[in-house]
Design a protein around this ligand. Structure first.
Ligand code: AMP
Length: 396
């Protein structure tokens, strides 16, 4: 019996889930927040509903990992560190180097760090998490799982930008996409639920969370995705603008006195999207609450839906058809109205939502009518189990 831990390390946080493999049973999960700050928050959920929480100063990721392993033992979730035989780390940017998950070596860590150019907030933090585990549990199978690898099957026609080709050849400037682990998981699950081989399906997966991306999955492979060189591109998101005309940047910088291009990109990443449009919040629930009385909140919601609709239409064209549309992540799993409003605008594709079936949150379900030509599915994502599966592959 082996226990595998899936890790998602941020710059000041460490999210984790412990699995019994190969059964894929979740034994415990948790998060360490505010690492490096005062009053870090350390939480463990276990035994189907029990919760352990401690507020304590945790200086760095290594201390967080040490504390995590100690608490797992003290709570009786594991008897000994040695029970954990594998660890899988989520890494945001894998560039063109990592087409698949990779066994962690010193070279792999260096490569992940060198890819920080493509994900300055995420990759250094991911590498810190990897190093912390490696120091404390040096002998276990350690695997890096990349958000971008699922999209490495995209053809050149879809990943190249229409700029001088030398920029790609010299600098690898191209579309990489993100959320790959989630898109892959929900596409596989959808094929399972439809009882059809994924090789025979054209699926559009809509990962709609605070970050959002849409992917065209043809025959099980990602052939196009809405995020780009970085996760800024694509549909409107919580705080990110999604696609815009690049000429807007110098224009706004001049008009608004925004001094550097980095400041401008910061605004596009952090002050735009639902938050910038509504002036209220980046959170879908807040906008839904305000929708009836606040025009800007309603407008933000309609724009969000509109951009998703446009990508669905575009990817149905890219694949010359679509068999299934899948919703996942916070908004995709819980946004009953959002799902309905989106599907009601793509009935021309042959997709019809069943309002009764759609009236559900966070549960795996087919939500289209029985006679809908295109199946519509709600599939809660599980990036962690995909990470644990990849660790398992390297352990066999
Ligand atoms: P994620 O990034 O996947 O955690 O998703 C976060 C987004 O999901 C936020 O915009 C939330 O408002 C949204 N969300 C979570 N629960 C609900 C809900 N019950 N109804 C609508 N949106 C929700």
């Amino acid at each position: 019996m082996s226990k595998t831990i899936a890790i998602n390390a941020g710059s000041s946080s460490l999210k984790w889930k412990l699995f019994k493999m190969p059964e894929e049973n979740t034994l415990a999960s948790g998060i360490v927040e505010r690492i490096g700050l005062n009053d870090s928050i350390f939480t463990i959920k276990y035994n189907n509903g029990e919760k352990y929480e401690e507020i304590v100063d945790i200086n760095d990721h290594e201390v967080a990992v040490e504390m995590l392993l100690k608490q797992l033992t003290e709570l009786g979730i594991i008897k000994d560190f040695n029970e954990i035989t594998g660890v899988g780390h989520r890494v945001v940017a894998g560039g063109e180097i990592f087409q698949e998950s990779a066994l962690v070596t010193d070279e792999v860590i260096e490569q992940i760090e060198s890819l920080a150019e493509f994900a300055p907030l995420h990759n250094p933090a991911n590498a810190t998490g990897i190093k912390a585990f490696r120091k404390i549990l040096p002998d276990i199978t350690s695997v890096a799982v990349f958000d971008t690898s699922f999209h490495q099957t995209m053809p050149k026609v879809n990943y190249l930008y229409s700029v001088p080709l030398e920029y790609y050849e010299k600098h690898n400037a191209r579309k990489y996409g993100a959320h790959g682990t989630s898109h892959k998981y929900v596409a596989l699950k959808a094929a399972d639920m439809l009882e059809k081989p994924i090789e025979d399906l054209k699926i559009i997966t809509c990962h709609l969370g605070n970050g959002a991306s849409i992917t065209a999955v043809n025959g099980g492979e990602s052939i196009d995705t809405s995020m780009g060189f970085t996760p800024l591109a694509g549909v409107t998101m919580g705080t990110r603008s999604g696609d815009i005309d690049a000429s807007l940047l110098p224009f706004l910088m001049e008009k608004e006195g925004i001094e550097t291009i980095n400041d401008m990109v910061y605004i596009l990443n952090n002050k735009s999207g639902l938050k910038g449009l509504s002036g209220i919040s980046s959170d879908m629930r807040d906008l839904e609450d305000a929708e009836e009385t606040d025009e800007r909140a309603a407008l933000a919601l309609r724009i969000f839906e509109d951009r998703v609709v446009k990508y669905i239409g575009s990817y149905a064209a890219t694949m010359n058809g679509v068999d299934a549309i899948v919703f996942t992540a916070g908004i995709g799993e819980n946004g009953v109205e959002t799902r309905k409003n989106i599907i009601d605008r793509v009935t021309f594709l042959g997709a019809t939502i069943d309002e009764e079936k759609n009236n559900v949150r966070g549960k795996e379900r087919i939500i289209s009518t029985d006679d809908s030509k295109v199946s519509v599915l709600l599939v809660p994502t599980d990036e962690e189990v995909m990470i644990a599966r990849d660790v398992q592959k390297f352990s066999e």
